[in-house]
Design a protein around this ligand. Structure first.
Ligand code: AMP
Length: 181
C-alpha cells in the first residue's frame, strides 16, 4: 500500500551538519512538514498500522511529537496527551530522568492523564538512542498504561534506539531511516 503516492519523505528532510554541535547531522523535519503532501504522507503512514487497533490515547513528546501526535490523535479519533520537558505542565506530574551524552534530562506527564489499563500510542519525530522515548514509555507504564506501539517518522538505526525499544517489548513503527548519527 503506497500511502506516499510516490512522495519521497527522506528527500524532504533537510540535513544540517554540525547542529546543535560538531559531529551531529541534524535531521530537520520542518521542510517535510511545510509540504502539504509531506505532512499528510507522514500522518497517513504513521496511523495506517493502527487503524484496527484499540487505542485510548495518543501521547506525543515535546515539541515535534506534539505536531505529529496531535494530527495522529485526530485521525484515530482519540485524545492527545503531552509528554513535556521538566517544569512545563501545570498540574501534579510524575517525572522520569534519562541520560544525555553530557548530563541528565527529565520528561514529565500529568499524574492523572493515563489510568490503569489505558492503551497508548506514543509518537515522536525521530528516534536516535531511544533515551527520550524510553523515558516516555516509563512514564506511561508508571501511570498504569500500556504502550501499544511507538511511532516515529525517522529512525537513526546506527544509534540503536529502535532496537532498544523492541528489547523493552514495544512495537516500533518508523517511516524512513538515515545512516549515521
Ligand atoms: P534520543 O533520545 O537519542 O532517541 O533522541 C531523540 C530526540 O532527540 C527526539 O525528540 C529528536 O527530535 C531529537 N534528536 C536526536 N537526534 C537528532 C538528530 N540527529 N536530528 C534531529 N533531531 C534529533
Amino acid at each position: 500500500m503506497d500511502l506516499r503516492h510516490g512522495f519521497d519523505i527522506a528527500r524532504h528532510v533537510r540535513t544540517i551538519p554540525d547542529y546543535p554541535k560538531p559531529g551531529i547531522l541534524f535531521r530537520d523535519i520542518t521542510t517535510l512538514f511545510a509540504d502539504p503532501l509531506g505532512f499528510r504522507a507522514c500522518i497517513d503512514e504513521l496511523v495506517w498500522p493502527f487503524l484496527r487497533s484499540e487505542i485510548d490515547y495518543v501521547a506525543g513528546i515535546e515539541a515535534r511529537g506534539f505536531i505529529l501526535g496531535g494530527a495522529v490523535a485526530h485521525e484515530v479519533g482519540r485524545g492527545f496527551i503531552p509528554i513535556r520537558k521538566k517544569g512545563k505542565l501545570p498540574a501534579r506530574v510524575i517525572g522520569q530522568d534519562y541520560e544525555l551524552e553530557y548530563g541528565v534530562d527529565t520528561v514529565e506527564i500529568h499524574a492523572d492523564a493515563i489510568g490503569p489499563g489505558d492503551r497508548v500510542l506514543l509518537v515522536d519525530d525521530l528516534i536516535a538512542t531511544g533515551g527520550t522515548a524510553n523515558a516516555a514509555i516509563e512514564l506511561i507504564r508508571k501511570s498504569g498504561g500500556e504502550v501499544i506501539a511507538a511511532a516515529f517518522v525517522i529512525d537513526l538505526p546506527d544509534l540503536g534506539g529502535s532496537e532498544r525499544l523492541r528489547a523493552a517489548d514495544v512495537a516500533v513503527h518508523t517511516l524512513v531511516a538515515f545512516e549515521g548519527e
